[in-house]
Design a protein around this ligand. Structure first.
Ligand code: FES
Length: 173
């Protein structure tokens, strides 16, 4: 199956999602949520959003305002594993910037960090790195979430072990 067929199949699936939710309360949110789930990399592509706008008649500007308001919508492809480093004051004081830098080194993505990018996905699509303003667990700083599980008092060493645990890939020491 070539790329065009894949896209056309995805658009057909989006049509089915739209039909399923049409006329129901909160239909736009449901349509967008399910459309994101259809994507292998768990994100809403420009093409998918344009298609939803075309088929539902909802202005694209309104669709963008919805997907940028809710944090569970992704506009960029997501890695298999999600790592979120807290960059709040307590975590910063306890070394969260160093953890972010270490992650870049371990995952071979130093250049992303040099560019000041706190959100990136590794080229093999295994990990998506992002930051958060505070997890509300400041007493346990520094805090890092991996696939939704909060880890406290994280050091570079524990981070390396955690990465190895969630992935079979070797991480750089
Ligand atoms: S500052 Fe990191 S959990 Fe609050």
């Amino acid at each position: 199956m070539d790329g065009t067929e894949v896209v056309s199949r995805e658009l057909q699936q989006i049509d089915a999602v739209i039909s399923k939710h049409k006329g129901h309360h909160g239909e736009l949110l449901s349509i967008l949520e399910e459309t994101q789930l259809l994507s292998e990399q768990q994100f809403l592509s420009e093409e998918a959003l344009n298609h939803v706008a075309l088929r539902t008649g909802v202005p694209l500007s309104r669709i963008y305002s919805v997907v940028t308001f809710y944090s569970f919508f992704n506009l960029k492809p997501q890695g298999k594993h999600k790592i979120t480093v807290c960059r709040g004051t307590a975590c910063h004081t306890k070394g969260s910037k160093a953890l972010l830098d270490d992650l870049g080194l371990m995952l071979g993505c130093e250049t992303a960090l040099e560019g000041g990018d706190a959100f990136y996905t590794t080229p093999d699509n295994q990990f998506t790195i992002s930051t958060v303003a505070c997890f509300g667990q400041c007493a346990l700083a520094p805090v890092v979430a991996i696939d939704g599980v909060i880890h406290s008092n994280v050091t570079s060493g524990t981070l390396q072990k955690l990465l190895a645990r969630v992935s079979r890939r070797r991480v750089k020491a």
